[in-house]
Write a protein that binds this ligand. Structure first.
Ligand code: GLC
Ligand code: CA
Length: 548
């Protein structure tokens, strides 16, 4: 049985990973074919984003049928083969469970719309206000009202995401039973873990207008959330040893995460929180151009590191996923210091206390898209906001610039396997979403052949976590926290110390290490000749890991 604290998870977005039948969409067989690649990187688990039957309005986060594979991705036989082949390689599959909402095409919702009271109570229907407005002024996360009017009932249903993603009513015990049955079904298939999509939104509080924000304070980390997670745990994955779980926690608080991810194991193994990825937002407003606030980034990352440790709770640590821009474009310098900055960012995350997640292509230093026209985008949120920003008065070019920087499609272009046509992702003429032209330089084949590549740096980071207990289990302490250019921290365990020093900028910096460095040696760096000295001169994006 694996210890999730010593493990690393690789996230696969199957649609963009590898296409084996030439239809332009990645598929399950594509993941099976590339298992050796993931094995070579060193990952212990693969988190696969949803491949269940779905109209794909939100790329599978709109589930029509939780028990079947969408034919676009393959068949149940393909899935069984993938699970078996992964297991042979010592890799566990983690599936993505989307239970805050279903697709509107889900049988339950179809029955609800047909007026079946039992199924109406699976969802959240409410009367509008006297004045003809929706029940509350809450905004959907993808733009517009969170309520959709159904004339036949003269009622609205709640959808915190797209109109095609109605929210489930977790206060109905039958809904909870249905969800538990789904989890048990996939456990029986040999799945080793689960990621629960926006799971801290499942317990709705009071349905009130929000005069301070978009409504999230009324349904985030809601009144019964801990109860529901504990129940899910007891009735499903908690009953089997060795199942790893991670909850995606939208706009959460650390106090709640102490409980979600407590080592007592009553709820989940760990949590994703996103505050450190809003340092280039204006508050919660993502659709603006704001330079990343480095001090804020450190404060949040370090605050969560110390806070969660103090409360014996476990973090997932990450920069990237299918909802985030590429980190080398975001916090690094993809042009001048592509390799150095990608490696530095990898080091900064992987040596933290928590389970690291690597998102497909991150280990290659894949960058944001090179799209120049809105027609190239596929993501519902990006397309909506391109329109909404213009409705707010922005000129098309300015709206487009914001989409280019923040779009989720930045992380969704096809995996760059080689320098050939469509980066080796598909033999189809047109993949479902455009391939980045830089695949001629940024690709797996080139990096596997280069000892000094970003891929091999990530491979070393993953190996180090397995070799050094201090990385998996050590205490965390910030170092020179106020420094305006350096992100440094210390890990310690039973006389072993790890000191991680990262220059976060593309200019050199002189730095005096507050620690005595006697006995330390440099075990990892992103420059060929880093030395261990108290008076350091760190080069652009230089990153060193010192160990004693
Ligand atoms: C999560 C998923 C995202 C999806 C949303 C709604 O945030 O990661 O891709 O759009 O939930 O399911
Ligand atoms: Ca395919």
């Amino acid at each position: 049985m694996k210890d999730f604290r010593k493990s690393v998870v690789y996230q696969v977005y199957p649609k963009s990973f590898y296409d084996t039948n030439g239809d332009g969409l990645g598929d399950l067989n594509g993941v099976t074919e590339k298992l050796d690649y993931i094995k070579e990187l060193g990952a212990d688990y693969i988190w696969m984003t949803p491949f269940f039957v779905s109209p794909q309005k939100d790329n599978g986060y709109d589930v029509e049928d939780y028990y079947n594979i969408d034919p676009r991705y393959g068949t149940m036989e393909d899935f069984d083969r993938l699970a078996a082949e992964a297991e042979k390689r010592g890799i566990g599959l983690m599936l993505d469970m989307v239970f805050n909402h279903t697709s509107s095409r889900n049988e339950w919702f179809q029955k609800a719309l047909a007026g079946d009271e039992k199924y109406k109570n699976y969802y959240i229907f409410r009367k509008g206000k006297e004045n003809g407005e929706p029940p509350t002024n809450w905004e959907s996360k993808f733009g517009g009202s969170a309520w959709e009017y159904v004339p036949a009932f003269d009622e609205y249903y709640l959808h915190l995401f797209d109109v095609s993603q109605p929210d489930l009513n977790w206060d109905n015990p039958e809904v909870r039973e249905q969800v538990e049955a789904v989890v048990r079904f996939w456990m029986k298939k040999g799945v080793k873990g689960f990621r629960f999509d926006v799971v801290n939104l499942i317990s709705k509080g009071s349905f009130e207008d929000d005069y301070e924000g978009d409504g999230r304070r009324f349904y985030t980390d809601g009144p019964n959330i801990h109860k529901y997670l504990q129940e899910l745990n007891e009735k499903t994955f908690g009953a089997e040893k060795g199942i790893v779980t991670v909850g995606e926690m939208s706009s959460t608080s650390m106090e709640n995460c102490f409980r979600y991810a407590s080592e007592d194991g009553k709820e989940l193994s760990m949590v994703f929180s996103f505050h450190h990825l809003k340092v280039d937002f204006a508050g919660n407003e993502k659709w603006v151009l704001v330079p990343a606030d480095f001090q804020k980034l450190k404060k949040i990352l370090f605050g969560w590191q110390s806070g969660m440790a103090e409360h014996h709770a476990w973090n997932a640590v990450f920069w990237c996923n299918h909802d985030q821009p590429r980190v080398v474009s975001r916090f690094g310098d993809e042009e001048k210091y592509w390799k150095q900055s990608a490696k530095m960012l990898g080091t900064a995350i992987h040596c933290l206390r928590g389970t690291p997640y690597v998102y497909q292509g991150e280990e290659l230093g894949m960058t944001n898209t090179d799209f120049t026209d809105i027609s190239q985008y596929r993501d519902v949120e990006s397309i909506n906001y391109y329109r909404i920003l213009q409705e707010k008065g922005l000129r098309p070019a300015d709206a487009f610039r914001i989409i280019q920087i923040h779009s989720r499609d930045n992380g969704r272009t096809p995996m760059q396997w080689d320098a050939g046509a469509n980066a080796g992702f598909t033999t189809a003429e047109e993949p479902w979403i455009g391939v980045n032209a830089n695949h001629t330089a940024v690709n797996a084949a080139a990096e596997l052949a280069d000892e000094d590549s970003i891929f091999h740096h990530y491979q070393k980071l993953i190996r180090l976590r397995k070799e050094l207990d201090v990385i998996a289990y050590g205490d965390f302490a910030p170092v020179d926290e106020k420094n305006g250019q350096i992100l440094a921290y210390k890990r310690s365990l039973e006389g072993h110390t790890l000191l991680v020093v990262n220059n976060f900028y593309g200019r050199p910096v002189k730095w005096t290490c507050p620690e005595e460095l006697e006995g330390f040696s440099c075990i990892l760096s992103n420059y060929p000749d880093s030395r261990v000295e108290r008076e350091m001169e760190l080069r652009p994006f230089e990153s060193v890991v010192l160990y004693r």
